[in-house]
Design a protein around this ligand. Structure first.
Ligand code: NAD
Length: 289
């Protein structure tokens, strides 16, 4: 029997509605509307589209768009200055430094300037450390979106065997930490893993974030597993993921499509994180996700 599709668009729409309600409530209680500062350096066309979508989504839920754009030849000092001003600005709840940056800039040094309570991508060392220690904090949007999708589809995590492919700071590592925090037994696979399929075939929950189109086929999936494909690759016939979808669908129990799976969740969780950040700064308890 073909796997059930996990509809990221539908779940993301619910999250966005929750955030819009949360923003309205915050403002009705006399709080400030959350402000999201996206910082884009240079003119990479893909980054341009991503940032435009984030800005639109932020305005659509009643937040304030505080975008900053710098030229491709901006110096480290110029980007530092922009980030420092945003860090101090009370209107700015959340700062998102769009990656990748031009090669001459030191991304880690720039991320270090973002205060942890405005670090809406959960990429600072402080927020990564909080996650690793099981303490509250802002979580990276894509793995947080995957967790929400798994919850929406009732996938049990406590005691489950989970495998994550990819160990990036943005996706794979925090994904493994989030699953561990939910009491899954987690195997973190990467480019040096000896027998990838042997590890992934054990998994009740498989999250694939390698950026290698078609890396995972039906032979690497445990029958009935929940398979989450984070990969995005634009081929001649449209968007594809890291999972060979048609074969995988015959084996898995649940599976995300590409597009329409994880992608919409990332922006929805960015909005949820921005609301969290605004509430943190206004000394209100966390409510979402
Ligand atoms: P990355 O290149 O930083 O990391 C890729 C990871 O995959 C590395 O840790 C590497 O060890 C591992 N890997 C590479 N080849 C492998 C192989 N053959 N076998 C096993 N592991 C292998 O990428 P990233 O930023 O983590 O993104 C991963 C993918 O997810 C990309 O396709 C990216 O476009 C996509 N992505 C999607 C969203 C979304 O919203 N849907 C968000 C972020 C990233």
């Amino acid at each position: 029997m073909a796997a059930e599709l996990m509809d990221g668009r539908a779940v993301a729409a619910r999250v966005r509605q929750e955030v819009a309600d949360g923003v309205a409530e915050l403002v009705a209680q006399g709080g400030r509307a959350p402000g999201l500062a996206t910082v884009l350096v240079g003119d990479d066309p893909a980054s341009d589209v991503y940032v435009r979508n984030k800005r639109r989504a932020c305005v659509a839920v009643g937040m304030v768009d505080l975008h900053r754009r710098l030229p491709a030849d901006a110096t480290q000092q110029q980007v530092d200055d922009v980030l420092d001003r945003l860090a101090e600005d009370r209107e700015v709840s959340a700062i998102l430094l769009q990656l990748p940056l031009p090669d001459h800039l030191d991304a880690d040094a720039l991320l270090d300037r973002i205060p942890s309570d405005k670090d809406v991508d959960g990429l600072t060392v402080t927020n990564a450390g909080r996650l690793a220690h099981g303490r509250p904090g802002l979580r990276p949007c894509t793995p947080a979106g995957v967790e929400r999708l798994l919850d929406e589809y009732g996938v049990p995590l406590a005691g489950a065997k989970a495998a994550v492919i990819g160990r990036s700071v943005l996706v794979g590592r925090p994904m493994a930490q989030l699953l561990l925090a939910r009491d899954a037994t987690v195997t973190l696979c990467h480019s040096r893993t000896k027998d990838l399929a042997a590890d992934t075939r054990e998994a009740d929950v498989l999250v694939v974030a390698a950026g290698v189109p078609g890396l995972v086929g039906a032979d690497a999936i445990r029958p009935g597993a929940a398979v989450i494909d984070v990969g995005i690759y634009r081929g001649e016939s449209g968007l594809h993921g890291d999972v060979r979808f048609s074969g995988a669908r015959e084996v898995a129990g649940l599976i995300t499509p590409v597009p329409g799976g994880v992608g919409p969740m990332t922006i929805a969780m960015l909005l949820a994180n921005t609301l969290q950040a605004a509430r943190l700064q206004q000394h209100l308890p966390l409510v979402l996700p």
